[in-house]
Design a protein around this ligand. Structure first.
Ligand code: DX5
Ligand code: ZN
Length: 225
């Protein structure tokens, strides 16, 4: 499986966001994961379209915007205009998931669904043809640095089966607590997009070193730390 790596900006040093994004790109990241939080859907507030727009010209990384906001429908246009390549929404926020996905596709952006740990996969059943990405939350959304929930492994495996059955090219991401100890198991279960915040951006190593450790833990699990 061709695994892609998506550092999550949330854990970056906000006094030098541009540099951190360039470090991630130089280190071989494929995607930049941007977590948008509104203090309502999740108990934390992060950043809005301005930050996405400011970073867009300095990198060619694919921008995945993860909307953890109550009022997603009213902000999709702004994030698309700011430079998102893919927009992920949570079905828990809206009874109109299909409409949200259409709204994203109408703006010629990739559309994805992110599922909280307690949300079942059946939510996806009738929107598979509208999906470019599925994100399995492996922590409860809202904060970086939380502990991976191992009960999500069988959910990842079932999601992989649904993606396979769909015959579509759908990225299967995992988000939360992904590090050199947990990543390989998620890939074994079927994940092909690893979102990692605090294990990539931290004070104990450079972005290049940390990302390389994460990649090695997947490609050569025997050196798993
Ligand atoms: C959590 C966010 C994640 C977060 C992951 O709500 O969706 O993307 O940045 O952080 P880590 O990798 O530190 O668990
Ligand atoms: Zn996220």
């Amino acid at each position: 499986m061709n695994v892609k790596y998506a550092p999550s900006l949330l854990a970056a040093d906000f006094t030098r966001l541009g540099e951190q994004v360039r470090e991630a790109e130089d280190a071989g990241a494929d995607v930049l994961h941007l977590d948008v939080m509104d203090g309502h859907f999740v108990p934390n507030i992060s950043f809005g379209p301005l930050v996405v727009e400011a970073l867009r010209p300095i990198t060619s990384l694919f921008f995945e915007v993860h909307l953890m906001i109550q009022d997603a429908a009213n902000y999709i246009q702004a994030f698309a205009a700011a430079g998102a390549d893919r927009i992920l929404v949570h079905p828990e926020i809206s009874p109109h998931l299909h409409r949200l996905l259409q709204q994203i596709h109408d703006l010629n952006k990739e559309a994805g669904v992110a599922l909280n740990p307690s949300t079942g996969l059946e939510t996806l059943e009738y929107v598979m043809t509208d999906l470019d990405s599925v994100l399995i939350m492996t922590v409860n959304p809202g904060f970086g640095g939380q502990v991976f929930i191992p009960e999500m492994l069988p959910k990842i495996a079932r999601a992989r089966e649904m993606v396979r059955m769909s015959g579509r090219n759908i990225a299967l991401g995992v988000d939360g607590g992904i590090n050199a100890r947990t990543a390989a198991a998620t890939v074994e279960a079927g994940a092909d997009l690893l979102i990692a915040g605090s294990s990539v951006f931290n004070k104990s190593g450079t972005v290049a070193h940390n990302l390389n450790e994460l990649m090695l833990s997947v490609s050569a699990p025997s050196v798993r730390v």
